[in-house]
Design a protein around this ligand. Structure first.
Ligand code: DQA
Length: 144
């Protein structure tokens, strides 16, 4: 069975409470449950990790070399400036789907650029929790 790692970066633990007009009212726990369930239906095993710390995210990406086939990653604001996360994704050479709940291109200028996108297989943004669920379809297609 293929293994998918869903990673959430900073502030995403507050999903459901944080800026609900932008990110919706579903909690991260309920979104995670939907993603895990969808993966299971597609015969994939999904584990979930969240951290507000850049170093912890890097360590988890490194560990994914041993226990994952693909990564779904919402790096939050780190998306826009973390060269360290970009290098971690490039280093492990696992397919990674960059995900955003909001349409980052319709928001502030600083959100328009991703330093991660060039080392990711693709980017899904703007569909709320469905961005994650669409990323599961993307992973399935990549791993087939
Ligand atoms: C986000 C968009 C980022 O710009 C922001 O910093 C986040 C969430 C999203 O899911 O839309 O924390 O990644």
């Amino acid at each position: 069975m293929k293994k998918v790692l869903l990673i959430h970066g900073p502030n995403l633990n507050l999903t459901g409470l944080r800026e609900p007009g932008i990110y919706g009212t579903d909690t991260l726990a309920s979104i995670n449950a939907e993603v895990v369930d969808k993966c299971a239906k597609l015969n994939m095993d999904c584990s979930v990790f969240q951290s507000n710390s850049e170093g912890a995210l890097i360590d988890r990406i490194h560990a994914a070399r041993e226990d994952c086939d693909a990564i779904i990653f919402n790096a939050g604001a780190y998306t826009h400036y973390s060269y360290a996360l970009r290098d971690a994704i490039a280093a492990v050479r696992l397919p990674c789907i960059e995900v955003h709940m909001s349409n980052v291109h319709a928001r502030e200028e600083f959100r328009h650029h991703s330093v991660l996108a060039p080392v990711c297989a693709g980017v899904i943004a703007g569909f709320g929790k469905h961005s994650y669920l669409l990323a599961v379809d993307a992973v399935k297609a990549i791993l087939e």
